[in-house]
Design a protein around this ligand. Sequence first.
Ligand SMILES: [Mn+2]
Length: 363
Amino acid sequence: MDREQAGTLFRQFLETLPRGPATHLHILTDADGDGLPAGALLLRALHVAGYSNVTVETRGKFENAWMPSVHERLRRLAPEALLIVDLGARPDPILPGVPTLLIDHHAPFGTPPGAVLLTSYGTEPTATSGLLALWCAQAIAPALANELQWMAGISLLSDLGDKAPFPELAESKKRFGVTALKNLTSLLNAPRRTAVGDASVAMNLLLRVDTPKQALSQPSAELDALRAAKLEVNEALAIARKSPPRFSTRWRDELGADMIAVRIDTPCQVHPLVAQIWRPRFPKAVIFGVNVGFRPGYVHFAGRAPKPVNIVKFLRAHTPAGADGTFGGGHDQASGGALPVALWNPFALEMGWGPELQVNSDA
Ligand SMILES: [Mn+2]
């Protein structure tokens, strides 16, 4: 998937819209530093290209695009077409009969019946959703895409880091400033990690501003909210990072690495950060941040692996019966899942972790 292919696929999808530019097109996007700029870029480019009836929302806490509660909300909105962005790809239907385009870069499980999948998965290096969105925007609103090029830069920084091998990142840094890009990326990622987990304030900011410096220097209610969210998350992380690592060597042969679990207990989504923080200490192991306090009755975990260890493959081969379709999603070196406590406990034993990883189901 390159720029040209993405642009062509996007234009082809727009040509199938039932009422052309008047079609109510709804964007559901991930709440992180990739999904947010992707959604904002798509909406703003579509507006400029004459699509006057486009709406956007960010995924709420615990949500994915295949939950009945999410489908119910989407149905009430009654969109005539859907863009599902940065939320993975699964074979189950979303809104049957509604033209749907998925824009994504995660390891897909399949494509919903009748939907179109625009994915960079399988192409190295793998473009983020925000970069795919930039390529789509370039195909329909090139001047605006050029002005908002930094949004793709944010998505690359957020998902792939400072060394992402894309010329678009170098261009963003040069035109818009590394510090401003990094500071804004960090702030945009804060709301979805808070206990409430609502990132709409971050989206509102991206729908309004034209440069990262404007976002950071112009006083606004959105900026205040992002700063407050970051404080909340930092406090939760400061506590979580004191938890000790727990080791398992059981799957060394199959996985090609030992596994380390760090158990934390917070309503904030800091388990991926905890996994990330421990990586330099154990660069050859797979690290799991295991959060028993994120969602009542559930254990959420996020794993990070060194190359070439493939945890998507490993987790999909060890998915407990009854797990939902998000288990083992993500990327080859960054994956995880969520399990009800009753499924987590046997899974943790199976993984080779001891009593420290068992969760009291009454808690
Ligand atoms: Mn992403």
